[in-house]
Design a protein around this ligand. Structure first.
Ligand code: ZN
Ligand code: ZN
Length: 199
């Protein structure tokens, strides 16, 4: 993350900002909910409905400020196998160090630029990062979701169908072709292979 150079954003997202007034008297603790986080936090890995944040902000060495806390977020997204809407929860604890922009080394983990003039701490960066790190790479309604029948499209967790199962055979045949390239290894089986499945 590069430090923000804009003097003021036209429409600052207030949701994840903490006022720093009173910080010299001691740590500031806040708990708040970020609604519509996809709008106020930037691009997120899932369509989160909200993010609950707890944070403690305190002064650190030099002019740095340390913010640490927890977050809990909820999203609904399609199962990648059966396409059913699936509820996902993400929980994480996080720890961020804010330094004046001149003292932020690019690429240094967990260090963010402090915009001291604003009198606020913008937590959007660390919250967004934790959501990316902790969100599941694949959305699945259950670990053993059987998905959809590739032929008729029924949801196999709910009902059976009478379709012949050609898919696994075709895939194995394709893999064998990639590995050994033995002539005629997949005779008769490649006819129904989906186009473009393996480049
Ligand atoms: Zn599923
Ligand atoms: Zn079927």
């Amino acid at each position: 993350m590069s430090p923000r150079r804009t003097l003021r954003s036209p429409d600052p997202p207030e949701a994840a900002r903490i006022g720093l007034a009173g910080l010299d008297a001691g740590p500031i603790e806040r708990a708040f909910r970020v609604e519509a986080p996809g709008e106020s936090l930037g691009a997120l890995p899932l369509p989160f409905e909200y993010v609950d944040v707890e944070v403690e902000v305190r002064r650190a060495d030099g002019a740095a400020i340390r913010a640490r806390g927890t977050l809990g977020a909820r999203a609904v997204a399609e199962c990648r196998r059966c396409l059913e809407p699936t509820r996902i929860r993400v929980r994480a604890s996080w720890d961020a160090l804010y330094r004046p922009p001149g003292r932020v080394t690019p690429g240094e983990e967990g260090v963010w630029a402090l915009d001291a003039q604003s009198g606020e701490l913008d937590l959007a960066g660390p919250i967004r990062e934790e959501l990316w790190v902790n969100a599941p790479a694949w959305v699945e309604c259950s670990r053993d979701c059987p998905g959809l029948c590739p032929t008729c499209g029924v949801r196999l967790a709910e009902q059976d169908c009478d379709c012949a199962p050609p898919e696994p055979d075709a895939r194995w045949a394709a893999l064998e072709g990639l590995g050994g390239r033995s002539a005629g290894a997949s005779e008769g089986a490649s006819e129904g292979a989906p186009e473009g499945d393996i480049p």
